[in-house]
Design a protein around this ligand. Structure first.
Ligand SMILES: *Cc1c(COP(=O)(O)O)cnc(C)c1O
Length: 424
């Protein structure tokens, strides 16, 4: 383990000086250089190009071109941006489309999958999954008359997903396996290829939520034989608050699945205004209504930046930075009562590191209020430190650890109540 990594500030600066991706930080709005932003896993920073693109789409395309803009690029935007995201996740250009929120996209694909697996009674997931995903899965089962039941397999330590138990549970009764590839609290990351292979051996489908993986892991959905996936674009893709999600359906499955919310944008020819719904051929059938054009336009520059950086280089830097953070935790923060609530093994870890502490919530408050550090907090005691390699520097990580150390050694957290604010 990297216990030998030096803990001095000069080492962090040296790493930044040798980092090929470091110049990309200049592509982002960094309004306050003293603010350490470690929440790019919840809301990515604003790209400078996005600010320009947003102005252009509002002032020129909407303001001047008006309705004509639909034929000058807007209509194709969900598929065109989907094709770019496809390059980031190892999918074919015609397998990805961007339209609704992650939750809505998940509902559509879960119902579509459960519908074609109606003779199989079980939906498998885990208790590290994002609760909203569990609500959606339950809602999908309810929608189909509750012939299928959600079975939530427990993690043994709250950090690692129950991979072995899942593999053992997949059988002829399994309709669907639905998991977050990278889990939101600990960043534990499943082996997509292994689970998909096992599911396919038994005729089950797999639906991945890539929200904490897309834009920061080297994904290859096609190589893994993945069936279905959804993912968030306002986290590591820097798409902006509420940016719509992407959904992926393997080409061979597209013609077999029905969109449970059929609407005119998923119709074969929307502008024929046919009274009978005929689904579009291909991924377009999973669209429903008019897509959010302003948000779609705003997400493109962030995706372009990731494509320019190359996702393998982004993953390599992310791993190096989470290793660095864990090494600083071990040497500086563990003696102060912090626990590591993320996998130690880099191959099992996404791009954030969760640190636990019995006064975690109050420490989090003190970091935000007094230390100019923005992490986020997830119950019961996780301070999540998100690494977004396009703009997180090694110096940011060093500073964050140093300020965490100060909050505890100077007991700055003691004046904060243990009661949470509305959004953590
Ligand atoms: C962020 C996230 C979501 C967000 O869903 P929305 O519908 O965009 O609010 C869903 N699932 C997971 C796993 C997430 O991390």
């Amino acid at each position: 383990m990297p216990t030998a990594i030096p803990t001095d500030k000069a080492y962090a600066w040296e790493q930044d000086a040798h980092d090929n991706l470091a110049p990309l930080r200049g592509e982002f709005v960094v309004d306050d250089p003293n603010l350490i932003y470690l929440d790019g896993n919840s809301l990515g920073r604003l790209c400078l190009r996005t600010a320009n693109r947003t102005r252009e789409v509002v002032e020129r395309e909407w303001g001047q071109r008006l309705i004509r803009a639909w034929n000058e690029g807007w209509f194709d935007l969900p598929a065109r941006i989907g094709a770019k995201i496809a390059q980031l996740i190892g999918a074919g250009a015609e397998e990805v489309v961007v339209a609704d929120s992650t939750s809505v996209s998940l509902f559509k694909l879960a119902v579509a999958a459960l519908d074609v697996q109606a003779n199989r009674p079980t939906i498998l997931t885990d208790d590290l999954n994002f609760p909203s995903d569990l609500y959606v899965l339950q809602g999908a089962a309810d929608h189909l008359g509750n012939a299928q039941q959600v079975r939530i397999l427990p993690s043994s330590d709250g950090i690692h997903g129950p991979s072995d138990a899942l593999m053992a549970a997949i059988d002829e009764n399994t309709a669907l396996v639905a998991l977050s590839l990278t889990t939101f609290k600990s960043a534990f990351t499943y082996d997509m290829a292994a689970i998909t292979r096992k599911a396919h051996e038994h005729g089950a489908l797999v639906l991945w939520d890539l929200s904490h993986a897309a834009g920061v892991l080297s994904l290859d959905l096609n190589a893994a034989g993945a069936d279905l996936a959804v993912g968030c674009t306002y986290k590591y893709l820097n798409g902006g608050p509420g940016a719509p999600a992407f959904l992926f359906v393997r080409r061979g499955l597209q013609g077999k699945l029905r969109n449970p919310i059929p609407g005119w944008f998923g119709q074969h020819k929307p502008f024929d205004f046919d009274l009978v719904y005929r689904p579009a051929i291909g991924i377009g059938r999973f669209l429903t209504g008019t897509p959010p054009i302003l948000s779609l336009a705003a997400m493109e520059p962030g995706i372009d930046l990731l494509l320019e950086a190359r996702i393998d280089a982004v993953r390599a830097k992310s791993l190096q930075q989470t290793e660095y953070l864990i090494s600083l935790w071990e040497q500086i923060l563990a003696p102060l009562g912090f626990t590591l609530n993320s996998p130690r093994n880099g191959a099992l870890r996404g791009s954030h590191v969760s640190l636990g502490h019995e006064d975690g919530l109050r420490i989090d408050r003190a970091l935000i209020e007094e230390m100019q550090v923005l992490p986020d907090f997830r119950y019961p005691d996780n301070i999540r430190l998100g690494i977004a390699p396009l703009y997180t520097s090694f110096a940011d990580i060093w500073e964050a650890v140093d300020r965490l150390r100060l909050v505890v050694t100077q007991r700055l957290f003691e004046k904060y109540p243990a009661k949470p604010p509305a959004v953590t």
